[in-house]
Design a protein around this ligand. Structure first.
Ligand code: PEP
Ligand code: CO
Length: 451
């Protein structure tokens, strides 16, 4: 790791998982264009998120990070964005009410396009094609032309992120997220389900509490925190040229911020301590995440903490554990202990998705709802044993009624997966499974005595 950092210093380090762009001049042109565009978020907003995550690190708040595995250039509409926001708001209400602490809401949204791949090529019939790397790079269609990385897609991803963020800001500040509308966040297909009814009861209790507050003389109409919510944006900072193009110096503090999103994370495949991703993210002021899989050692955790958060700023670093349901308890405990004993203020979040993916009998990539719950249960047990705070969850979901993950209250079976399997990458929880998960998390936290 070099001493001096600049937005380009990562270029002197090996960068894993970068696409093989066919024409350097085309790439440079696209990146130059993005460099000239306005930032998508402001440094002050990123700092506010760090402060909120600092409360999570201290055990006084809970992180809900959720959204698509990969956003799509095709599935891009006001309805899709609204439905995703609805389910995130519902989950947040359930968690806030049940845990009694603020829930910090961060979407995998408005920039979550780029995907790392286990292999750079894929055999399709007789063809050996470049792997699909997300719509910011290429298209999933199995032809050479569609799979060739196209830098125009970087510019399109910027514009889609800007529109998504614009709508998100309008929904969260313009009345849609008003707590007085808590009943209206339930989608039609959820209303009559057991989770939907359970949610309706909770919404009724919130209504009653609001009426009680008004009866006591509290003016709930003029209390802005009841009318508006903060939903922050995040994505995996994978394509370092794109991230560099949106990295700007804050005029207030002189620090550098990656203004493509409020929070950026490093994936499991790019977290090399001497690699370009760690080098790039150590220098930006945003809150940073890093995925931590079952191979991570306590030594690695201490080194990544030193690399990304040497000043030990609470909320600066979130470690996102993605171990697999069977491994989480044993694999996580030594890591929790190491960070705790070294006094690092970590936000620990549980990604119960990526360690539990398998191929169904019908050949589709899927996850079972029970494994997702089991991993969260193991995560909470590990924290309980080490007396650390299970700070949050990081999940892949959609508000839509898809059939991508098995199980859940509506018992999705192998033979149902083909009905509405719409993801462009990993399988997501649908609206009902997501709401159900929020209730399960609240129960697990209470049963462990941590909430
Ligand atoms: C992801 O979050 O979609 C992902 C690819 O995760 P991981 O880096 O943990 O495999
Ligand atoms: Co994924």
């Amino acid at each position: 790791m070099g001493k001096t950092w600049s937005p380009t210093s990562w270029q002197g380090f090996p960068a894993a998982q970068q696409p093989d762009w066919p024409d350097q001049a085309d790439l440079d042109r696209a990146l130059k264009q993005i460099t000239s565009y306005p930032p998508l978020v402001f440094a002050g907003e990123a700092r506010r998120l760090t402060t909120s995550l600092g409360h999570v690190a201290a055990g006084n708040a809970f992180l809900l990070q959720a959204g698509d595995c990969a956003e799509s250039f095709e599935e891009f509409s006001a309805v899709d964005i609204r439905e995703k926001l609805r389910v995130i708001l519902q989950m947040a209400v359930v968690l806030t009410y049940s845990l009694g602490v603020p829930v910090v809401k961060v979407g995998r949204i408005a920039g979550q396009f780029a995907k790392p791949r286990s292999s750079p090529f894929e055999q399709v019939g007789d063809l050996m094609l470049p792997s699909f790397r997300g719509h910011i790079v290429n298209d999933a269609t199995a032809t050479q032309a569609a799979r060739t990385p196209n830098p125009d897609r970087l510019v399109q991803a910027y514009h889609q992120s800007a529109s998504t963020l614009n709508l998100l800001r309008a929904f969260t500040k313009g009345g849609f997220a008003d707590l007085h509308r808590v009943h209206q966040w339930t989608q039609e297909f959820v209303t009559s389900s057991p989770e939907g009814e359970r949610y309706e009861q909770l919404a009724e209790e919130i209504d009653r509490a609001l009426r009680f507050m008004r009866a006591c003389g509290v003016n709930t109409e003029s209390t802005s925190t009841l009318h508006e919510v903060d939903v922050y944006t995040s994505h995996e900072a994978l394509l370092l040229g794109y991230e560099q193009a949106l990295t700007r110096q804050d005029s207030l503090t002189g620090s550098w911020y990656d203004c493509s999103a409020h929070m950026l994370w490093i994936g499991e495949r790019t977290r090399q301590l001497d690699g370009a991703h760690v080098e790039f993210l150590r220098g930006v002021g945003n809150p940073i995440g890093c995925k931590v899989g079952p191979e991570a050692s306590p030594e690695f955790v201490l080194e990544i903490c030193e690399a990304l958060n040497p000043n030990r700023i609470p909320g600066r670093l979130t470690l996102i554990s993605r171990m697999g349901a069977n491994k989480v308890e044993d694999s996580l405990r030594p890591l929790l202990r190491a960070a705790r004993d070294a006094g690092h203020p970590i936000v620990w979040a549980c990604d119960p998705m990526h360690g539990n993916t398998f191929t169904s009998q019908g050949g589709r990539k899927t996850r079972h709802f029970d494994d997702v719950c089991a991993e969260i249960a193991g995560f909470i047990r590990a924290h309980h044993a080490e007396q650390t705070w299970p700070g949050g969850i990081h999940v892949e979901l959609t508000g839509n009624n898809v059939t991508e993950c098995l199980g859940g209250a509506d018992e999705i079976l192998d033979e149902h997966l083909g009905d509405r399997y719409e993801t462009v990458c990993d399988p997501r929880l649908n609206g009902r499974q997501s709401l159900d998960l929020a209730f399960r998390v609240a129960e697990l936290m209470r049963a462990a005595g941590v909430a």
